[in-house]
Design a protein around this ligand. Structure first.
Ligand code: GAL
Length: 478
């Protein structure tokens, strides 16, 4: 922004600060924002009630607002790029849709392509907001390019500038941006068929790649990079390269961005709690600064269209400058004003659990809190406890303990599993156990004759026919 704008902004901020001091309550939500609870592994809605379409994106903080951007795709066979949406919030919970900042019509080059992992930084010298992203043509990942777009306002319609391989040389797929304290900006991306992770310095206008400054962990196949700096340490979190399927997140650190990087250490569970990271946003409050690791539970991992992906946010815990960890919290409370993030106490309960213990970690048939769809959780709680209601000695209904709803499928509609009010009690909510050997059972649905299936890493539930005799359809009912 130019100087005149800047001083107007300063005056506005001073005015607002005065207003708050004088007891104003309804102007600056940042000063009054209370703790907000978010429910992980849901596709959250914006303040108009529409699902937030901001997948595998990034976040940008300015003027008391968090701006969240991410990708929405077309429902065509290649899931091509449709647009990048922007939302904003003062409390990280209530998101107003702001603008669609780039669309497939913004440039002929965007008309049939894939855009992934958009990130924004602000260039103080040029007063421009610069958007970098991963670029591919519509149907495959062979181009392996980076693309850049700019706007003079954070929420403007961005102008698409170019797409190419960094320095016209290096393959570039999953990517992120990092702006250092001295204003130097870096573009970090998976190179060499995803085998290596490259760090490039951007030119001073942030519009081009200036130089390759480091190639990290050659041959390690890391992607989904996210970088922060804390206490003079740079941290880079990455996932493994396994497409939409989940894998173990790892982190590394260095006090110099260009050299001296540690080896990779695991963080979170083997599946990263069924998610893949995309960005780390510092939540800077009056009491502390917390670090929120934004991740996606990609819908592609459980056979659904990209746009149904869900959001999973973890707090990074810094045990020391060289030791970082995170835990699965089904619900987290965020206080954007104080900077505090904590786990919301789980409703504990006892009763029947339906466990799937094939895959990377133990998971239990559970329901989400909002929307109340079934999914697999790593935690036993009231959400993963069921009551088995006998029907005729063979068939039974599975009543979810907290909500009292039945596990349900309507074979006339699709093969999805959902929950229904207990006024429905017929064959669509009835199941029987079929012995699968070794203490395992299959859950056979009465009206369709199909079996309950979960994906190996836990997320997603559907019914499949009885030719599917693999571990995906085996359960332990305990
Ligand atoms: C993932 C990657 C995503 C996307 C996906 C496509 O490994 O992190 O950004 O490219 O593969 O299969």
């Amino acid at each position: 922004m130019n100087k005149a704008n800047w001083s107007m902004k300063l005056v506005a901020h001073l005015f607002v600060a005065l207003f708050v001091l004088l007891g104003g309550t309804n102007v600056v939500q940042t000063a009054t924002a209370a703790e907000q609870v978010i429910v992980n592994a849901n596709q959250w809605k914006d303040t108009s009630g529409n699902p937030i379409q901001a997948h595998a994106g990034g976040m940008f903080k300015e003027g008391g607002y968090y701006y969240w951007i991410g990708v929405e795709r077309n429902f065509d066979t290649d899931w091509t790029f449709k647009q990048i949406n922007m939302y904003r919030s003062t409390d990280l919970k209530n998101w107003d849709y702001v603008n669609t900042i780039l669309t497939q019509n913004s440039s002929p080059d965007l008309n049939w392509c894939k855009i992934e992992r958009p990130k924004i930084i602000y260039n103080a010298a040029t007063s421009q907001y610069v958007l970098w992203m991963h670029y591919e043509e519509g149907s495959n990942y062979n181009l392996a390019q980076a693309a850049v777009a700019v706007s003079s306002s954070i929420d403007g319609n961005y102008t698409f500038l170019s797409h190419s391989r960094p320095l016209n040389t290096y393959m570039s797929r999953d990517a992120t941006l990092f702006k250092d304290d001295d204003g130097t900006a870096y573009f970090i991306s998976s190179a060499n068929g995803n085998a290596d992770m490259n760090i490039y310095r951007l030119t001073s206008d942030y519009l081009n790649i200036d130089a390759l400054v480091a190639t990290l962990w050659p041959g390690s196949y890391r992607e989904a990079p996210a970088m922060i700096k804390r206490n003079g340490y740079y941290y880079l979190l990455t996932s493994g390269a396994t497409g939409w399927s989940y894998n173990q997140a790892k982190y590394a650190y260095s006090t110099n961005i260009a050299s001296g990087w540690s080896s990779l250490s695991s963080i979170g569970s083997p599946s990263t709690y069924e998610s893949q990271g995309n960005y780390i946003i510092p939540v800077i409050g009056t009491n502390e600064t917390s670090y929120l690791y934004m991740a996606d539970r990609h819908a592609g991992a459980f056979g659904e269209h990209f746009n149904y992906g869900k959001y999973v946010w973890h707090e990074l815990q810094f045990n020391s400058n060289t030791n970082v960890s995170m835990s699965w919290y089904p619900k987290i409370a965020i206080n954007a004003a104080t900077g505090e993030i904590h786990k919301v106490t789980q409703n504990v309960d006892t009763g029947l659990v339906i466990k799937k213990d094939f895959g990377m970690e133990n998971t239990f048939l559970s329901i989400s809190y909002d929307g109340e769809y079934p999914y697999m959780s790593t935690i036993i709680s009231a959400e993963s406890t069921w009551i088995k209601e006998d029907v005729d000695g063979t068939y039974f209904r599975l009543k979810q303990k907290r909500t009292g709803k039945y596990l349900y499928n309507d074979p006339a509609a699709d093969n999805k599993v959902s929950l229904v009010d207990p006024t429905w009690n017929g064959p669509n909510v009835q199941w029987k156990l079929v012995d699968a050997g070794g203490g395992y059972a299959r859950l056979e649905h009465r009206s369709s004759g199909m079996w309950l299936r979960s994906y190996p890493y836990g997320a997603g539930l559907s019914l499949v026919d009885t030719s599917n005799t693999g571990n995906h359809t085996k359960w332990l009912v305990q």
